[in-house]
Design a protein around this ligand. Structure first.
Ligand SMILES: Nc1ncnc2c1ncn2[C@@H]1O[C@H](COP(=O)(O)OP(=O)(O)OP(=O)(O)O)[C@@H](O)[C@H]1O
Length: 245
């Protein structure tokens, strides 16, 4: 084949790849490093992470305590900025944004199930979910239907008026899931969402995640220690000492 023909074939192949693959790629993490200063000395927690999330995937980060999973999730969610490298979310670079823009994206397009984002103890399940719609700027007229829909989706349609302390750990976790997805995020980040649950409840949460991915068009990235739930993942990244192996 002539060089020119070959080149033009390569270009059209590249265009096809770009046009087919780009819409599926939600997150791209390139050579991410995160270093903290501890007692005047650098602590290298993330040491060159590369990963990507395709739309509609359930991706798990697995690793021992202290390996850097939460630090990475914080960078994925724009809660923290890498010391080096880039995090691209939905075609935009987090590290190139100001705090306000990052916060706006976080509130509208991301959902978190983190310990730090736990339920408000004095608010009912209903009010907790409603709060996330309020924070995301969803018009008030849409709240009632969406809160009902989300609490029914997680199987708590009959317990909407209960407060967290009146619910089991599994029920509280399901409220947290309803709260995290109510504003229709495109990415849900979950830090050890099944850590406090028995195997039966963990399986329920994983079923729910699969349902949400299918019906709410969400991508989920979660950390876990639990090998029994990893079989439902589309991809598992294994983390050791700040790197994937
Ligand atoms: N803000 C910070 N300042 C200093 N060190 C930090 C900071 N955040 C995390 N670290 C350190 O980074 C390392 C990795 O912590 P990280 O929480 O990311 O691990 P992990 O894999 O999520 O652990 P676990 O499974 O126990 O939650 C730990 O040694 C931790 O002490």
């Amino acid at each position: 084949m002539k060089v020119k023909e070959k080149l033009s074939e390569q270009v059209s192949d590249a265009a096809a790849v770009t046009s087919v693959e780009q819409p599926h790629k939600l997150m791209d993490v390139r050579q991410v490093e995160r270093t903290f200063q501890v007692g005047g000395k650098p602590l290298h927690v993330l040491k060159g992470i590369n990963m990507s999330l395709e739309r509609g995937q359930l991706v798990m980060l697995r690793g021992r305590s202290g390996s850097g999973k939460t630090t990475l999730l914080n960078c994925l969610g724009g809660l923290d900025i890498p010391s080096k490298g880039e995090v691209w979310f939905n075609g935009k670079k987090f590290s190139g944004m100001g705090d306000d823009e990052r916060t706006a994206i976080r509130r509208s397009q991301l959902g978190f199930i983190f310990q730090a984002y736990a339920l408000m103890p004095l608010l009912s399940a209903w009010e907790n979910v409603e709060l996330s719609l309020r924070m995301a700027g969803v018009p008030r007229g849409e709240w009632k239907a969406r809160v009902t829909e989300c609490l029914e989706m997680v199987g708590l349609g009959k317990r909407m008026k209960h407060r967290p302390f009146e619910m089991s750990g599994g029920e509280q976790q399901r409220v947290a899931i309803a709260k995290a997805i109510a504003h229709r995020p495109i990415l849900l980040l979950a830090d050890e969402p099944t850590a406090e649950l028995d195997s039966n409840m963990s399986a329920q949460v994983m079923n729910l995640f699969q349902h949400i991915i299918k019906n709410e068009k969400v991508t989920i990235c979660m950390t876990t220690h639990d090998p029994t739930i990893m079989e439902v993942a589309d991809h598992v990244y294994e983390m050791v000492d700040g790197k994937f192996i």
